[in-house]
Design a binder for this molecule. Structure first.
Ligand SMILES: [Zn+2]
Length: 188
């Protein structure tokens, strides 16, 4: 376990500040931790959480990275997770899978920090930082597919894309747009 990741904050206009983790967690295991911190430590104050995450007084300078989402990720980076202070959510990026010779960050998924009764997945984590995603429709655990789809008529790039998490057992899907509006499609 452990991947080279960045976790940080979307600063707008394509810029981000993030912290390098040599043994970072993928969003499957990271989201439960982020949601717990957001709730228990920051009491739902996303701006306060964002400020603390990349505070130079708390994070050693050599781990702080300032970049742009349009820049090529360095070859060994595996995931970029950004807090979205305007939306109480996180956007997750991975190097474009189809272009290993010319990497760009591409949207992997979006997730709200809030938990609601209509969520398709109940996301939980344990002290060993292992997450479990349970489908509320069929009860399957960690049967997930993360995909994105460009929304017709929308601008190119991540803002025009939808993040979709599908339960591969029952095919129900949760779709999150760039404003973090969530739509759940249950299979009949
Ligand atoms: Zn399911």
């Amino acid at each position: 376990m452990g991947q080279r990741t960045y976790v940080g904050v979307d600063k707008g206009k394509g810029r981000y500040h993030a912290v390098y983790h040599q043994n970072g967690l993928y969003v499957h295991d990271l989201l439960p931790e982020l949601r717990r911190d957001w709730q228990d430590i920051y009491h739902g104050d996303t701006a306060a959480m964002a400020a603390a995450m990349v505070d130079p007084r708390r994070v050693h300078r050599s781990y702080l990275h300032r970049g742009r989402i349009t820049e090529a990720p360095s070859l060994d980076m595996e995931q970029l997770t950004l807090l979205e202070p305007d939306h109480d959510g996180v956007s997750v990026y991975v190097p474009h899978q189809n272009k290993p010779w010319a990497p760009v960050w591409s949207l992997h998924s979006r997730h709200r920090l809030t938990v609601t009764d209509t969520d398709l997945f109940v996301v939980a984590g344990n002290d060993e930082q292992i997450g479990t995603w349970t489908c509320t429709r069929c009860g399957a655990v960690d049967q997930l597919a993360f995909t994105t789809r460009h929304r017709r008529g929308n601008e190119p790039g991540p803002n025009g894309e939808l993040g979709i998490v599908t339960c591969t057992a029952c095919r129900s899907a949760e779709t999150t747009d760039s404003l973090f509006k969530v739509t759940v499609d249950h299979t009949p």
